[in-house]
Design a binder for this molecule. Structure first.
Ligand code: FES
Length: 256
């Protein structure tokens, strides 16, 4: 089938996880996705499928989204067993249908992790990530006038490493991809962005102990160097951040 702009459309068979509530039993349901432009994003493809489901009088597939620009971290699902789908360094909202072929079967599931309970269909409760941030992912500052941007000199190389860590959008793909459901890439990135900068040093010990403690308490697993997290992270956060978190943890004096 051709669109007015000449782009070829594709049709897919979807197998989507449907689950009415957190406590209910889920199952896969099949849908046909037809007349899908290769220029559409994955979420736009789901929108098209949902319009048809709504017209048939059934409840649409529930999925999380907000910015649809790869910024907010709201979207996410397992697509054919891959967190955020087959494309490296790409969120589900930025995944385009040109990466699929006409006639493909696409299996779509929610994040699977003990700490991420399914709320409905593809929507999971990721408030555990917020709780880790609340435990220490901040710096305490005295409010007042705006400080001079250059008052605390930070070497360029260090600033760039901190910014690389700060790119984490907190989508939870790391935990979903990890066989241990470890969220250490997320926690490591959030600790690193402060540990690298002078502004983060005064609370460094307290921060790492609180955030790692909360992460364990919430039921996330431990890192065993599978590296699935870094491979599936849509922001390509480096596993170096886990090593840095572990160093910060040892330096915190817990064992001294
Ligand atoms: S909807 Fe915001 S990152 Fe995908």
């Amino acid at each position: 089938m051709k669109q007015a702009n000449g782009d070829k459309c594709i049709k897919l068979k979807l197998k989507v996880w449907r689950q009415k509530t957190q406590g209910s039993k889920g199952r896969f349901e099949s849908f046909k996705a037809e007349n899908i432009s290769k220029d559409m994003s994955f979420l736009e493809m789901l929108d098209v499928v949902n319009e048809k489901i709504i017209l048939s009088g059934k409840p649409p597939i529930a999925f999380d989204h907000d910015c649809r620009e790869g910024i907010c971290g709201s979207c996410g699902a397992m697509v054919n067993g891959r967190a955020h789908g087959p494309e490296k360094g790409t969120t589900l909202c930025q995944l385009h249908m040109r990466h699929f072929s006409d006639g493909d079967t696409v299996v779509i599931e929610p994040w699977r992790s003990r700490a991420f309970k399914v709320v409905k269909d593809l929507v999971v409760d990721r408030s555990a990530l917020d709780k880790i941030i609340q435990a220490g992912g901040y710096v305490s500052v005295n409010t007042g006038g705006v400080p001079d941007g250059n008052a605390i000199p930070v070497p360029q190389e260090i600033a760039e490493k901190a910014m690389d860590a700060a790119e984490c959008i907190g989508c939870g793909a790391c935990a979903a991809a990890c066989p241990n459901a470890s969220v250490m890439l997320f926690t490591g990135a959030k600790i690193s962005q402060f540990a690298l900068l002078p502004q983060g040093h005064p609370e460094a010990k307290k921060r790492v102990l609180a955030m790692v403690g909360k992460m364990d308490q919430l039921g996330f697993g431990n890192c065993t160097n599978e590296k699935e997290c870094a491979a599936e992270c849509p922001k390509e956060i480096s596993i170096i951040n886990i090593a840095r978190m572990n160093r910060e943890f040892l330096k915190s004096g817990l064992f001294s």
